[in-house]
Design a protein around this ligand. Structure first.
Ligand SMILES: NC(=O)c1ccc[n+]([C@@H]2O[C@H](COP(=O)([O-])OP(=O)(O)OC[C@H]3O[C@@H](n4cnc5c(N)ncnc54)[C@H](O)[C@@H]3O)[C@@H](O)[C@H]2O)c1
Ligand SMILES: N[C@H](CO)Cc1c[nH]c[nH+]1
Ligand SMILES: [Zn+2]
Length: 428
């Protein structure tokens, strides 16, 4: 892991660069696959599943029998852990419900807004290097709380054409309506255009690798909304001498093991802490089953010594990490000043893994600096707001003359007339 000492601001952009592949190359592949799916539907989806996932699928949809069998393949302990996570995620997301906003803006003019569920949603659940069934809890639970009617799920099959039983079990438990054994670009294309088997949806959610993320971004050209770009996992830890170096190293490795294009960063004002964490990373890496993946991600990563907490905070806001852990005696300074981060974890006993699985917050979060403009998934992500208004005679008489003037000033006579006719009638 590169150690960088007191970099100049002019060097930050280079130091904080993400290890992403050339997006233009991926876009070309996505466009080609999307075109084929539009023309050939399931046949194109099956072709690319065979090419990228190594299995020739005859049936894309998971059957009731497969789903039933999955339940018996999950241990009771795992079922209990899933149920604890589900309860906390439900509690946190249910509490995000807001009451109806209604205002009488002028006497006789009432405006209100109501949230309505997005009727058809598509959930992408990663499965390339690990079956991330926890992402089902993060997406299907708020989708159900919001009241979405159709909840379609796509996830890549393994080389044997099967999907991990925990994915099938969690999907059933959380009210997913249809499960498809399709991953990557072809899954996003299928949910964007619809095929003989896979329904077209209005909004696509979920994390994935760079192929999935670029495909989601291109899907927005075809009247499909997306939650946000939720690509390769990232973590930035700020640690001063009050941190525990072993804990910090374990957190950094937890995100490094996601994929070779993950990135983890330690920022500190203490060189002693940086060196201790670096040593710990080496120690802990040796025992990791996904050592090869984590090692590559560590190669993308940085240990950065800065001059002050102010400088640290400026650098962190510039980076906009997906996850931000604060292990500092001065934690209030960082919680007050943070502007750009997907999710924040505070103190030595708040591992990032808690948010990944079971504390209650959502782990589908913006990566690649998109925390500057996007929020992570929450209950509102599955809803849209409709505004309503009702104007009484008293109300139109009050605001009507101003509307007439405004319309006239924009040169829109028909707009003005729609008000004038009513005012005339009321004047009789
Ligand atoms: N930001 C978040 O909220 C969040 C949450 C969880 C996971 N993640 C990230 O999700 C990612 C999961 O990635 P994954 O790879 O394990 O699973 P994935 O399901 O996202 O991707 C696997 C699919 O990628 C496609 N693919 C692989 N190589 C390809 C190629 N050369 N060309 C075209 N398509 C190709 C295949 O179709 C395969 O099914 C990780 O990077 C992880 O860090 C992010
Ligand atoms: N850390 C991931 C988000 O970047 C979410 C996850 C799922 N399973 C484990 N971790
Ligand atoms: Zn994780």
């Amino acid at each position: 892991m590169d150690k960088i000492i007191n970099p100049n601001k002019s060097e930050w952009a280079q130091i904080l660069k993400r290890p992403t592949q050339e997006v233009a190359d991926i876009e070309q592949t996505v466009n080609q696959i999307f075109d084929e799916i539009r023309q050939k539907g399931d046949a194109a989806v099956a072709k690319y599943t065979e090419l990228f996932d190594g299995f020739k699928m005859n049936e894309l949809k998971a059957s009731e029998t497969e789903i039933k069998e999955a339940e018996s393949q999950i241990s009771d302990e795992l079922k209990e852990a899933i149920s604890l996570a589900k309860a906390n995620i439900e509690k946190f997301h249910a509490a995000q419900r807001t009451s109806r906003v209604s205002v009488e803006t002028t006497a006789g003019v009432t405006c209100w807004q109501e949230k309505k569920a997005i009727q058809k949603v598509g959930l992408y659940i990663p499965g390339g290097t690990a079956p991330l069934f926890s992402s089902i809890l993060m997406l299907a639970i708020p989708a159900n709380l919001a009241g979405c009617k159709e909840i379609v799920l796509c996830t890549p099959p393994g080389k044997d054409g099967k999907v991990n039983p925990a994915i099938l079990y969690a999907a059933k438990l959380c009210g997913v309506t249809q499960i498809f054994k399709v991953g990557g670009i072809q899954a996003i294309g299928a949910m964007t255009f619809g095929t003989e088997s896979v329904p077209q949806v209005y909004k696509i959610f979920g994390p994935g690798n760079q192929f999935v993320t670029v495909a989601k971004q291109l899907a927005t050209k075809y009247q499909v909304a997306i939650d946000m770009p939720a690509g390769p996992s990232e973590l930035l830890v700020y640690a001063d001498d009050s941190a525990d170096a072993a804990f910090v190293a374990s957190d950094l490795l937890s995100q490094a093991e996601h994929g070779i294009d993950s990135q983890v960063i330690l920022v500190s004002t203490s060189e002693k802490m940086i060196d201790a964490v670096s040593e710990e990373i080496e120690k802990q890496l040796a025992d990791l089953p996904r050592q090869a993946i984590a090692e590559q991600a560590i190669g993308n990563s940085r240990l950065i010594l800065v001059n002050s907490e102010e400088e640290a905070m400026e650098l962190i806001n510039e980076y906009g990490p997906e996850h931000f852990i604060i292990c500092s005696e001065n934690e209030d300074f960082f919680t007050d000043k943070v502007q750009n981060a997907g999710s924040v974890f505070i103190g030595n006993y708040t591992p990032e893994s808690a948010g990944d699985y079971a504390s209650g917050t959502n782990h589908t979060l913006p990566t690649n600096g998109y925390a500057k403009q996007y929020s992570g998934v929450n209950l509102d992500s599955f809803m849209k707001t409709i505004t309503f208004q009702k104007i009484e005679a008293e109300g139109i008489m009050e605001i009507g003359p101003s509307i007439e003037l405004l319309a006239e000033a924009e040169g829109l006579a028909a707009h003005k007339n729609a008000v004038s006719l009513r005012l005339k009638k009321l004047a009789k």
